[in-house]
Design a binder for this molecule. Structure first.
Ligand SMILES: Nc1nc2c(ncn2[C@@H]2O[C@H](COP(=O)(O)OP(=O)(O)OP(=O)(O)O)[C@@H](O)[C@H]2O)c(=O)[nH]1
Ligand SMILES: [Mg+2]
Length: 237
């Protein structure tokens, strides 16, 4: 893996069973496990992408949606610059709980964090319990981008991760360039591993954010569209 110019921590949140771990394995290794078990502690994977002539390394943290397996929240969110807030399109509850997840996300992370609402399992259209319009409304009300994905079918998975990484790149550039090193990985059995970015970097990130990150004006991504992220965060077929 070449040395990256930027390292961004991205966290996955959402109810148990929505497909967080499978989205991560599809993105990082192009794998899907139909019999995957509930995550215990924290899982971690990274992948690089090229944008604007720069190499960005997305360091993705995944934890348990189940309350009893929940990892230490503070450590999990610390230093995150992006988040995917995931629900299962065939489980209404998992969408309704997004409000709670978003609250938790906002409580524990920096105000400059960028987030995207992700309706996973869009291959289960016949069992769909969450109207796309409801999801778009929720996303718009909360300043989130929105996309539907399928970890099973590999639909829009790269696009979701790449879009959030590129959004993070747009706001974080001057601050996180100071870091120039990856966040420490969570070590096995110690999900609390990890250190916050220097206070200087975090203060700079907040300052830069006020300069006007366009995530509120991003058009919601269409349901199950294929394509690559464009410079404006939408898709180009
Ligand atoms: N049909 C379908 N099933 C999926 C999809 N993504 C995940 N699943 C299945 O949903 C179940 C739960 O997936 P996980 O990835 O383990 O869910 P999780 O959100 O990581 O769950 P926790 O670790 O408990 O928080 C597994 O049986 C997966 O195979 C998808 O896109 N489509
Ligand atoms: Mg999991």
């Amino acid at each position: 893996m070449p040395k990256a110019d930027y390292f961004f921590k991205i966290v996955l949140v959402g109810d148990s069973g929505v497909g967080k771990s499978n989205l991560l394995s599809r993105y990082a290794r192009d794998e899907f496990d139909p019999t995957s078990r509930a995550t215990v502690g924290v899982d971690y994977a990274k992948k690089q992408l090229e944008h604007d002539g720069k190499t960005i390394e997305a360091q993705v943290w995944d934890t348990a949606g189940q309350e009893r397996h929940k990892a230490l929240t503070t450590a999990f969110y610390r230093g995150a610059v992006g988040a995917l807030l995931i629900y299962d399109i065939s489980k209404r509850d998992s969408f309704e709980n997004c409000e709670q997840w978003l609250r938790e996300l906002r409580t524990h992370s920096d105000s400059s964090l960028v987030a995207m609402l992700v309706g996973n399992k869009c291959d289960l259209k016949r069992q769909q319990q969450v109207d796309v319009e409801d999801a778009k409304d929720f996303a718009e009300d909360n300043g989130l981008a929105f996309i539907e994905t399928s970890a099973q079918g590999g639909i829009n998975v790269d696009l979701a991760f790449e879009t959030i990484a590129i959004q993070a790149f747009r706001i974080a550039t001057p601050a996180y360039v100071l870091l120039k090193k990856p966040h420490p990985q969570p070590s096995a059995g110690h999900p609390s591993a990890g250190h916050p970015p220097p206070a200087r970097a975090r203060r700079a990130a907040s300052r830069d954010f006020t300069a006007g990150f366009p995530h509120r004006s991003l058009p919601p991504l269409s349901c199950c569209r294929y394509g690559r992220p464009s410079r404006r965060g939408g898709t180009t077929p």
